[in-house]
Design a protein around this ligand. Structure first.
Ligand code: SF4
Length: 494
């Protein structure tokens, strides 16, 4: 991998211009795609009205695919592969993102990672959270990975560029494992699975503040390279952050994946780093605890966050679970806000408690108190009544990813309903999970906070249900029937 990072000015989503820029970038980097070549965009969530700035744009994908074909160094298969946000069928996200016409026009394959067999891959680094990890078959088979993220802020990890985009190479059941206060370490672990042959970041219109519902920020940049740490280090400098302060970049650097020191990185292109920094002036990041976001008169929610159960081994942020339940609540509220803009004011009073919280819980009679996640624990009084919430967290070495079960939407709906029936009219509720996902947070807030349920929005529900049924059928076929008929590859659709 070269430590060169190329910054190119591009202000319009013009596929021809994007293709031209990326071809020149590949030439400068000395890169030619070969073998099984896969583009991994960031399509975590997509909808032209509600989530228009959350994903790598189709015009960017269009230009990138054209550039890869023009620089063909022996491509045996060209594909686009992704696992979008948890519980959303990836084929639904691709349809809403406008990827399907682009994929059809370029005649490339699609790999929906939620519809394929997941295979075990070893992790060698001594500081990895586990000695093996599961990824989709197509990722394991990939010979030339093209990492094509969106340039975005992220409320759990501050930023999401090349390294963080790899969280989308795992299906739900495996992605949620270690998606907690060790999220940064998990992101570093994922880099071992496959090194990118090319990184091309869509920074033409970047996303600021959040990652599922970011505000558009016209940055006007395409950023390219081959080393994800060097690329991410330059991107963090563009938004005037120190890469050493972003744990997954620092950890990946400490593992020898790449440099974060600008003296060891060659920045080239038609935009200097200083000019790129000027272009990012006003770009808003977010890394706020839930108490700062919701409490007081900011919303109907009152939140209380204690520390997670074990100090993060490699993270500097040990007193708060940045990669787990609190961040999921934040994103859940933003997803609801997309269809109900006044939700912060309109949500009925709810008290949400995380981790080992020890202070007072100021709930009034009739206001529900939800202890979120397996690590929540509490001993005290609520409305004058004694309350004891037991610690139910399972330490990570006590569960095995080989036994991971599907965490898809249906499972989450049934899990929620079972807990809801048990909770009845009780004031104090315990919600299990590690983490409690964005989807589950949405169910609880919509129900007890009397907000809209995004899944039932008329602009979403029918298309979502259609793609969900197809996804379930194809996954069943690929994971259960296909192997019995002799197919183990879970090949994608043309
Ligand atoms: S239960 Fe939630 S808050 Fe606790 S460690 Fe797991 S993800 Fe973090």
């Amino acid at each position: 991998m070269s430590n060169r990072v190329i910054l190119r000015r591009c202000t319009e989503y013009d596929p021809d211009r994007i293709s031209h820029i990326i071809q020149e970038g590949m030439e400068e980097l000395g890169v030619r795609p070969r073998g099984r070549t896969m583009v991994k965009p960031n399509c975590v969530i997509a909808h032209p009205r509600y989530y228009a700035n959350a994903f790598t744009r189709p015009e960017f994908l269009d230009g990138l695919l054209a550039a890869l074909k023009a620089r063909d160094g022996g491509i045996s298969e060209l594909s686009v592969g992704e696992r979008c946000g948890i519980t959303i069928p990836t084929r639904y996200a691709f349809a809403e993102a406008g990827y399907r016409p682009v994929i059809r026009r370029h005649r490339v394959k699609t790999y929906y990672f939620d519809e394929m067999p997941q295979v075990e891959r070893p992790l060698a680094h001594p500081d990895a959270l586990r000695s093996y990890i599961f990824v989709p078959q197509a990722v394991a088979d990939c010979e030339f990975m093209v990492n094509a993220p969106k340039f975005k802020a992220h409320p759990w990890t501050q930023v999401t560029f090349a390294l963080k985009n790899y969280i989308g190479i795992q299906d739900d059941s495996h992605r949620l494992i270690d998606h907690d206060h060790e999220l940064h370490t998990k992101v570093a672990d994922l880099q071992e699975v496959v090194a990118p042959g090319l990184i091309a970041i869509d920074g033409i219109i970047a996303g600021e503040k959040t990652m599922l519902t970011p505000s558009p920020f016209p940055l006007g940049l395409i950023i390219m390279g081959t080393n994800p740490v060097a690329v991410d280090a330059v991107c963090t400098h563009i938004v005037r952050l120190d890469p050493a302060d972003v744990d997954h970049i620092r950890i990946s650097h400490e593992r020898g994946i790449g440099p974060i020191d600008l003296d060891q990185i060659t920045v080239s292109g038609d935009v200097s780093l200083e000019q790129a920094q000027a272009l990012s002036d006003g770009f808003q990041l977010s890394l706020d605890r839930v108490e700062e976001i919701f409490n007081g008169d900011k919303s109907g929610l009152e939140t209380y966050a204690g520390p997670p159960p074990e100090p993060a081994r490699t993270s500097a942020q040990a007193d708060y679970c940045w990669g787990g339940c609190p961040g999921a609540l934040f994103e859940a509220m933003h997803v609801i806000q997309a269809i109900q803009p006044g939700v912060y004011r309109e949500v009925r009073p709810l008290h949400m408690v995380f981790g080992a919280y020890e202070g007072e819980i100021a709930a009034k009679p009739g206001e529900r108190v939800i202890f979120m996640g397996d690590c929540a624990q509490y001993k005290g009084e609520i409305c004058g009544k004694p309350v004891e919430i037991p610690f139910l967290y399972r330490y990570r070495d006590t569960y095995d990813p080989r036994h991971a079960t599907s965490g898809d939407l249906l499972a989450k709906i049934f899990g929620y309903l079972a807990q809801r029936v048990r909770a009845g009219r009780r004031q104090v509720i315990r919600v299990r999970g590690c983490p409690v996902s964005v989807a589950e947070n949405i169910f609880w807030i919509s129900d007890l906070g009397r907000t809209k349920l995004p899944y039932l929005d008329p602009d979403v529900v029918f298309k979502f249900a259609y793609h969900y049924v197809i996804m379930r059928f194809r996954r069943f076929w690929a994971q259960q029937i296909g192997p019995r008929l002799g197919s183990t590859t879970g090949r994608g659709t043309a």
